[in-house]
Design a protein around this ligand. Structure first.
Ligand SMILES: *Cc1c(COP(=O)(O)O)cnc(C)c1O
Length: 374
């Protein structure tokens, strides 16, 4: 028994985060690039602040967030690395971000004007990264408006253009023709920026491109998912999944062949068997759609979940084994020994492991860290 086991928890291994980030930073350094660790969305569900600290310790000189709020929280907590925020809403006041030295992504003349106005109010210069849409067709300035955006940015007295940047659509499919097409458009956008009198850094690579396309590292790479130990590319990489999702057995019972288990009686015991009750359900991040399609790691073995996943609990079929009450149950982890992984859940559900881990921050799930350095 383990008195330290809460009902449900995610354990975040910061040793793994540091290992993964160091691997990515070494690739970047190999092509002369710096590393921006992407910690948006609460570090993909792993906890922004502890991950940010670990990433900086392991070699990241930049941290990337989606919103200014996320960046300002890191700054307020004492993070001194360069911060970059790239997707803010029109109503956001950029002035506190500029005052705190947060670099800002800019995709349009209107956004540039808001940043410039905030800079003059803050009495500080705004560091901006102009985003060119090279073909993802999401955020970013489309090529026809790019020259004007560069010229306007160059003319803004309170704005420093630090970088131009873009984002890849299909980097996780190495060899996909869109990658080279986007790279060509990025090169053209750089030429236009230079013609406008700018001398910007360049950044384009997410995790997949950091791992597979050194020619696209430029000055800075922006890995996210690989730092968390989840590999976005087909080739094997020495990445260690950082998140383990676990619970414990709270009750065991023997049932007779023919008894059915959990709501809807979707599973019927084919033989006399022992069931283990686990207090983890869809309110804790176990998708109900995994009912009948998942197994857990318990007492050194994979064991299937019997019947429906409920709001607060699920039931494991243990056959003739009798796990101890209090025994650890791993719902997903690093896969060591053959246990389930976030990737396995994602494959079963028809999604990606990004969505699984990012969805794990929930009020009822305790989060704990291994390898904190103080
Ligand atoms: C999320 C994100 C990244 C990181 O992508 P990964 O696939 O997780 O490495 C990089 N850049 C931008 C703009 C992003 O939104």
């Amino acid at each position: 028994m383990n008195g330290d086991l809460p009902r449900v928890e995610t354990v975040i291994d910061l040793h793994a985060i540091r290992h993964n980030l160091a691997l990515l930073a070494a690739r970047a350094t190999g092509s002369g690039a710096a590393t921006m660790a992407v910690v948006k969305a609460d570090a993909y569900g792993h906890g922004a602040l502890p991950v940010a600290r670990a990433a900086v310790e392991a070699g990241a000189s930049w941290l990337g967030t989606c919103s200014l709020d996320e960046a300002l929280e890191l700054r307020a907590a004492g993070i001194t690395a360069r911060l970059f925020s790239w997707l803010d809403t029109p109503g956001v006041d950029f002035a506190p971000g500029i005052a705190a030295g947060v670099d800002l992504g800019v995709s349009s003349p209107a956004e540039l004007a808001r940043v410039a106005e905030a800079a003059s109010r803050a009495g500080a210069r705004a560091a901006v990264h102009l985003k060119i849409d090279t073909g993802l067709c999401r955020n970013g300035c489309p090529p026809p408006g790019w020259a004007a955006l560069c010229k306007e940015a160059a003319a803004e007295p309170d704005v420093d253009v630090v970088a131009i940047w873009s984002h890849l659509a299909c980097a996780d499919e190495p060899g996909h023709p869109s990658i080279d097409r986007q790279a060509e458009r990025f090169a053209a956008a750089y030429d236009v920026a230079r013609e406008a009198g700018l001398d910007p850094l360049r950044h384009l690579a997410n995790s997949a491109a950091t791992l597979t396309r050194p020619d696209l590292h430029f000055d800075l790479v922006r890995p996210g998912i690989a730092m968390y130990g989840l590999n976005p590319v087909p080739q094997a990489e020495d990445l260690r999944p950082a998140m383990t999702f676990r619970s414990q057995v709270v009750l065991t019972k023997r049932i007779a062949a023919g008894e059915s288990v959990s709501y809807g009686h979707t599973w019927t015991a084919p033989r006399d068997t022992t069931l283990a009750l686990v207090p983890a359900g869809y309110a804790d991040g176990v998708p109900r759609t995994l009912s009948g399609r998942m197994s857990v790691w318990l007492d050194g073995k994979r064991r299937p979940v019997a019947g429906r996943v409920c709001m607060d609990q699920l039931v494991v079929d243990c056959g003739d084994d009798e796990p101890e009450v209090g025994a650890e149950v791993v719902l997903f982890g690093n896969g060591a020994g053959g246990g389930p992984t976030a990737r396995e859940w994602a494959d079963t559900l028809g999604t990606i492991d990004y969505e699984i881990v990012t969805g794990m921050y929930r009020p009822r799930v305790r989060r704990r860290y291994l390898g904190e350095t103080g």
